[in-house]
Ligand binder design. Structure first.
Ligand SMILES: N[C@@H](CCC(=O)N[C@@H](CS)C(=O)NCC(=O)O)C(=O)O
Length: 218
């Protein structure tokens, strides 16, 4: 039975979930949830995810929300090897660490700006929120100065998650290539991956919305 993925293309966590489906080449039915039309507040969607967020995965009667949990589950369940989410407990711990970093820090700093703009129509972005994003670039630069990819010498699901978020953040705060050369090189590498190229249109659409809507405090 095909998997079902409830998603919205411009959502970074949803794009990460879509990317892993492509990488693993699993049959999946993609179902659009339009946040601006408040489809995520429909009772049948809230039964799948009380947190009213995309993405949500259904694998038969197993329902899973949160992109990080979805990426980890899909690799465990459907990948032919463990490269993207190593079974070795120390390697896996480092991937988990960066997934939690993405969920707790990177994504929250993006969401602090985008949720207000997209859902509540608040378009002014105070300096503090811009500085928080800049600080997040600094964290990425430190990680990527230690290893080529976020969790070691191979690409993992942590890179897929963090790229989806960071690529969107760039439309709010530009990345200074002199200050963040490792992050720039990582972004270039990620951008070239076929699973990201496929969604570059959705990313650009989100970026246009941000660039045309946000008013950055100087
Ligand atoms: N930690 C969650 C975050 C998901 C999330 O917040 N998605 C946003 C779209 S980018 C959403 O659906 N927001 C609607 C809402 O929170 O009501 C994940 O990784 O899946």
């Amino acid at each position: 039975m095909a998997l079902k993925l409830y998603k919205m293309d411009i959502s970074p966590p949803a794009r990460a979930a879509m990317a892993i489906c492509d990488i693993l080449n699993v049959p999946v039915e993609m179902i659009d949830i339009n946040l601006q039309k408040k489809e995520h507040w429909a009772p049948e969607f809230l039964r799948k995810n009380p947190l009213h967020s995309v993405p949500v995965l259904e694998d038969g009667d197993f329902v899973l929300h949160d992109s990080h949990a979805i990426l980890a589950y899909l690799v465990d369940a459907y990948a032919s090897n463990d490269n993207l989410y190593p079974k070795n407990i120390k390697k896996r711990a480092l991937v988990n660490q960066k997934l939690f970093f993405d969920n707790g820090i990177l994504f929250q700093r993006l969401r602090n700006v985008t949720y207000e703009a997209f859902v509540e129509g608040i378009t002014k972005v105070p300096l503090k929120k811009q500085k928080d994003i800049e600080e997040a670039y600094g964290f990425l630069e430190q990680f990527l100065s230690q290893t080529k990819w976020l969790a070691g010498e191979n690409m993992t699901i942590a890179d897929i998650s963090a790229y989806a978020v960071t690529a969107s953040m760039l439309y709010i705060v530009k990345l200074d290539s002199k200050k963040y050369p490792k992050t720039l090189a990582w972004l270039d590498e990620m951008r070239k991956q076929p699973f990201n190229m496929k969604y570059s249109g959705a990313l650009a659409q989100f970026g246009n919305f941000l660039e045309n809507t946000l008013e950055l405090e100087k």
